[in-house]
Ligand binder design. Structure first.
Ligand code: ZN
Length: 270
């Protein structure tokens, strides 16, 4: 039994037939490409095979055209164990998830256009707007920019990985994790769908945020839906209508005191 082994895998985990993971990565890569979440050679996928092995997509390959023999197995340091060519340039980011989150067995990274648009505008997706998003993801924070493919990305992400299953990467894209690859992928779809809805709502005058009491009901419903959240239900709740009002009141007070000060100085000068 090694609950604290490097990648958090426990030895009493039932043995798995591994072949399916090779096929699953190719299938999910096709979905990602066909749905426009990643184009050309963008994005990368990985699955944790065991305590010291991760299956990952190769660097630069189009995710819509992957074959099982294109995939590589790497160790927790990112060294290639089997497979040809180079593993994804975002390998450090994948390894970070497996190190920090023992519950994560798959990682999905893509550049979905609307969610990436929010990330490029420096906007997180943290408002309490859609019940399904609140139940499944809480809020989707924005990690500060780091050069893609470097440890800078990890430094910017580390604080968020332990508390979130989906994170926007500033001026870059989105990364999600899950107990299996499909869940990680569906979280990616959910983030993009939420970004589209937010974009439409903002064009129509701005979304109506749900109040704290409604958000609380949704959080309590997580048990009913079988949703478990990193760091428990109370961590990292989305921004509610009250929080937004508090913010507006605070800004108004700031503006009022600024104006009063400006008027006072003007009078003193005369
Ligand atoms: Zn990327």
């Amino acid at each position: 039994m090694t609950p604290d082994s490097k990648l958090g895998w426990q030895e009493d985990e039932p043995a798995r037939s591994e072949d399916k993971y090779w096929n699953e990565i190719c299938r999910v890569g096709r979905w990602m490409y066909e749905r426009g979440l990643a184009v050309a050679g963008e994005g990368n996928l990985s699955v944790r095979l065991g305590a010291d092995r991760i299956l990952i997509t190769p660097a630069g390959a189009c995710k819509g055209m992957l074959a099982p023999e294109d995939l590589l197995v790497i160790d927790p340091e990112g060294e290639v164990v089997s497979g040809k060519g180079q593993p994804s340039s975002e390998t450090p980011m994948h390894l970070l998830f497996y190190r920090v989150r023992p519950d994560a067995h798959a990682v999905c990274h893509a550049h979905p256009p609307t969610a990436t648009g929010f990330a490029a505008a420096g906007r997180a997706l943290e408002e309490a707007v859609l019940p399904e998003v609140i139940v499944n993801l809480g809020k989707i924070p924005l990690a500060p920019y780091g050069t893609p493919g470097t440890w800078e990305v990890c430094a910017a992400l580390e604080r968020l990985v332990e508390r979130h299953d989906a994170i926007l990467l500033e001026n870059h894209g989105v990364v999600t994790c899950g107990p299996d690859l499909r869940t990680a992928y569906f979280r990616m779809e959910t983030v993009e769908q939420f970004a589209r809805v937010m974009f439409a709502a903002e064009a129509l005058g701005g979304p109506h945020l749900l109040p704290r009491s409604e958000v609380q009901k949704l959080i309590e419903a997580r048990t009913r839906y079988g949703v478990t959240c990193p760091r428990g239900n109370s961590a990292e709740l989305p921004r509610t209508a009250e929080a937004m009002e508090d913010r507006i009141t605070f800004r108004r007070q700031e503006l009022e005191s600024f104006l009063e000060e400006a008027i006072r100085k003007d009078r003193a000068r005369r």
